[in-house]
Design a protein around this ligand. Sequence first.
Ligand code: NAD
Ligand code: MG
Length: 386
Amino acid sequence: MRRLSLFGATGSVGRSTLDLIRRDGDGWRVTVLTANSDVAELAKLAREFRPDLAVIADAARHAELKAALAGTGIETAAGAEALVAAARLPADLVMAAIVGSAGLAPTMAALEAGRDVALANKEALVSAGDLMMAAARRSGSTILPVDSEHNAIFQCLAGGRVDQVRRITLTASGGPFRTLGAEAMAHVTPAQAVAHPNWSMGAKISVDSATMMNKGLELIEAHHLFPVGLDRIGILVHPQSVIHSMVEYVDCSTLAQLGSPDMRIPIASALAWPQRMATPCAPLDLAAIGRLDFEAPDETRFPATALCRAAIAEGGARPAQLNAANEVAVAAFLAGRISFPAIVDTVRRVIDAEAPAAPASLQDIFSVDATSRRTAQHFVDQLIHA
Ligand code: NAD
Ligand code: MG
């Protein structure tokens, strides 16, 4: 039996993970389950999967969680430090499926403790990629990418070596506004933005997909996971989301990974690696799909990818700053406080306003994250009161 610690159990990736575990029950023992604030859902999952420990990030909810799990023998804990402690507990695999840089501290703790990490939480890697990769190297942890593109690349790299890669192509659906004119984008609603054409995901990543910030964050993620050089990582819009990414080798052979757009496929790949596990996902039916389309990304209507490329080229704390500003701006958009184009505008304004010093430690990253959030919030408030 393999022991799984699941961070972000109540989210979209968390629920898909538990769906697979439920079907493959005999192979797994869930040891840790965590959630942000949804006590009822966390308690329900804990009663089903019987972990040793259930952690609620919102410390004010601890009493509620304790009461909900009374008599079960399941230990409870609460708060950010409890998440970090939980990440260090023995486990064969830690699933990092918290959204945002809130997942950085526990993910880093798991890597430092030598745990293998199935990584969905891309914002952690965007914010502190150098530190995370160094921690994994030191402790011998394996990072198994869960993001569908990076999982695809990881699979394609089984057919060759990183130093023989000519080009990595990240595919992008283009999101719900792929064909929308720039003027119309000023009026799109949160509901329209979260309605992704191919994937069912949490609200934050759905908005990121709509702005294409998601692809920019993924470019940064790929740069850390697959160090082939930034100029060798490209983006290709592919509206059907069937090809999840591609790797071209020096001999001009291109490997691609294909599948239905169902996150349970890359999650299963990470869970079972280096084996394979059965999933209930729809097998790929290319005859039914009929055609696959491709187009170059439009960085005029979607400037986020260029911002991300510049941030990672500059390096240091720029990506952490960009990520934190984006988290604030996306939350403001989802709350109906700013317009859709104002999301990426806010990120750009924060980047233009401050040049963060190079980070030497995780603490420095947290400090840049906090400063960037304050500055982004300031710009958001200005927009609202304008
Ligand atoms: P989600 O919003 O559905 O779930 C997020 C989870 O994180 C929840 O369990 C929530 O309780 C927890 N959480 C939120 N804020 C927290 C905080 N401050 N402290 C502790 N826990 C907190 O998000 P999701 O769509 O499942 O995405 C999770 C991560 O996986 C993100 O980084 C996302 O970019 C990445 N990802 C998701 C998908 C997808 O299909 N959903 C695909 C690729 C990558
Ligand atoms: Mg992705």
